[in-house]
Design a protein around this ligand. Structure first.
Ligand SMILES: C[S@@+](CC[C@H](N)C(=O)[O-])C[C@H]1O[C@@H](n2cnc3c(N)ncnc32)[C@H](O)[C@@H]1O
Length: 210
């Protein structure tokens, strides 16, 4: 449950996952350029990662107005030249308020939104990224149609009870969707608490899927 400090929301999971995620980002993100974060939520990740990776320009976003207020408040408190104000970006929309990005990040969103958001995420990332550009996902995934831990199975049941269109996604289905949009699955990294980092790379135009 997120807590409020003025307009700054905090999600306890962020303090637990930000350093393991940052260790992956240091390895897979480009040395400089623009990073578009989809579904920034409280904005804590954006402020933390922008501070840790000052050579990257960080663009947070969220379709929820309360989240955007929190992202903006964290941004103001962080006083970072490389952290931009949040965009109103719905991954499922045909048009995004961003025209390019050197990398796209999406943490803990595709299981807590309808599948249309995942479809829009890959379509949008494919439009924005250059050849070789990274789309990074973090969250719980099924592998081979099976949950990777009892805690993820319980989490999935809870998500589906809250909204029948939500649920932990199958990594192979996600990778197939990515492939159809010209994004190839590059690697999966096991993370604490049975989560996964999943890295996709934009295929060069005219190249066939491997
Ligand atoms: C569980 S929170 C994760 C927030 C943050 N990335 C984190 O890990 O703390 C899910 C976020 O997804 C956002 N979201 C839901 N549907 C979305 C969509 N269609 N496009 C973009 N973001 C969406 C919500 O507004 C919310 O901020």
């Amino acid at each position: 449950m997120a807590q409020t400090v003025e307009r700054r929301l905090t999600a306890p999971a962020v303090a637990r996952n930000r350093d393991p995620i940052l260790a992956v980002l240091r390895r897979i993100l480009p040395p400089d350029g623009l990073v578009l974060e989809v579904a920034s939520g409280t904005g804590e990740h954006a402020a933390y990662f922008a501070a840790a990776l000052p050579q990257l320009l960080w663009q947070p976003s969220d379709p929820d107005a309360v989240a955007r207020a929190s992202i903006a408040a964290h941004g103001t408190a962080a006083r970072l030249a490389n952290l931009l104000p949040p965009l109103d970006l719905d991954a499922a929309a045909d048009r995004w308020p961003a025209t390019r990005a050197d990398a796209v990040l999406c943490i803990n969103m595709i299981h807590i939104a309808p599948w249309a958001a995942a479809m829009g995420l890959f379509a949008g990332a494919a439009r924005l990224l250059p050849a070789g550009g990274v789309l990074y996902l973090y969250g719980a995934f099924k592998e081979g149609g099976c949950h990777t831990a009892p805690s993820n199975e319980a989490f999935d049941a809870d998500l589906r009870a809250r909204n029948a269109l939500w649920g932990v996604r199958d990594l192979e289905e996600v990778a197939a969707l990515a492939r159809r949009h010209g994004l190839d699955h590059a690697e999966t990294i096991a993370m604490p608490a049975n989560n996964r980092s999943v890295v996709f790379r934009r295929r060069a135009a005219g190249m066939d899927a491997p």
